[in-house]
Design a binder for this molecule. Structure first.
Ligand SMILES: NC(=O)c1ccc[n+]([C@@H]2O[C@H](COP(=O)([O-])OP(=O)(O)OC[C@H]3O[C@@H](n4cnc5c(N)ncnc54)[C@H](OP(=O)(O)O)[C@@H]3O)[C@@H](O)[C@H]2O)c1
Length: 235
């Protein structure tokens, strides 16, 4: 992927969301997403991380998936530096309640900077990762993204999950959506789709920018459209 930081609007970073889903539209199996993808999907995710100034992770996702240092390979960090990016992207969390899973691997990585936006006064416990807590009264994703932009973050990869995705799409804060379609059916209605927490105020139209096949997986890239698609009417 070409580095997206030149495409940032003035008031927030360029935001691209990456998710994997089954063909019947579920984003987790037994509460986690790792069983859905294969090596090609992991490679795709790591490449998307390689061009991001920062990576936004939902706190529910962090709790479910654990995480570690976001860019683990020297080679990828060198490529990031060659693009003018920091070797390690900043991990960003947004939690109005300051409900953070401190026990997860993200906080055990000494090289992994973490920036936490919250609406209530909170202090990070002693963890290995360097953590900064930013208290924004009346916190919304838009106010957090505006602060990120002021700090020089121009490109932000969001790795879900569905609850966080919903507020980002509802608030018009997403520029692109990367979807891996996993060749899998689960029929598990207990697992959410890409968006959880209720119907969006407006349907979001997407324009397919590219489609790539690797084995039986499909890698789809969509731009969020600025206008609604006309609905055809019978003549
Ligand atoms: N297939 C995939 O690619 C993929 C990717 C990611 C996750 N997942 C799966 O998704 C599941 C986790 O997703 P999730 O939906 O439970 O959690 P999530 O979206 O990762 O995080 C939800 C949290 O975001 C915080 N948040 C901050 N601002 C918010 C706002 N304005 N509106 C709503 N929430 C806001 C809330 O915490 P506060 O209330 O403290 O603000 C909320 O608890 C796991 O099963 C994981 O495996 C799958």
């Amino acid at each position: 992927m070409e580095p997206p930081h030149d495409r940032a609007p003035d008031d927030r970073p360029f935001v691209y969301v990456n998710m994997i889903e089954t063909l019947d539209g579920h984003v987790a199996l037994d509460g986690r997403s790792n069983a859905l993808g294969d090596a090609a999907d992991l490679e795709s995710l790591l490449e998307l991380r390689s061009v991001a100034d920062a990576v936004l992770i939902g706190t529910g996702t962090l709790r479910a998936e654990g995480y570690a240092r976001l860019v683990g390979s020297d080679e990828r960090r060198a490529r990031r530096r060659a693009l003018g990016l920091a070797g390690d992207p900043v991990a960003v969390l947004i939690s109005r309640r300051f409900d953070i899973p401190w026990e997860t691997g993200l906080f055990a990585a000494p090289e992994q900077p973490v920036l936490i936006y919250t609406a209530v006064d909170g202090e990070a416990p002693a963890v290995t990762a360097p953590v900064e807590v930013v208290v924004l009264p009346g916190l919304t994703p838009a106010t957090a993204l505006a602060d990120l932009r002021r700090r020089g973050v121009r490109s932000l990869l969001c790795e879900g999950g569905p609850t966080l995705n919903r507020t980002l799409f509802a608030d018009g804060l997403v520029d692109e959506l990367f979807i891996t379609l996993a060749p899998l059916l689960t029929g598990d209605d207990a697992e959410p789709s890409l968006i959880a927490g209720g119907r969006l105020p407006q349907p979001v139209d997407l324009q397919l920018a590219s489609a790539r096949q690797v084995g039986s997986e499909l890698f789809l890239r969509y731009a969020v459209a600025t206008h609604r698609r006309p609905v055809p009417t019978a003549a």
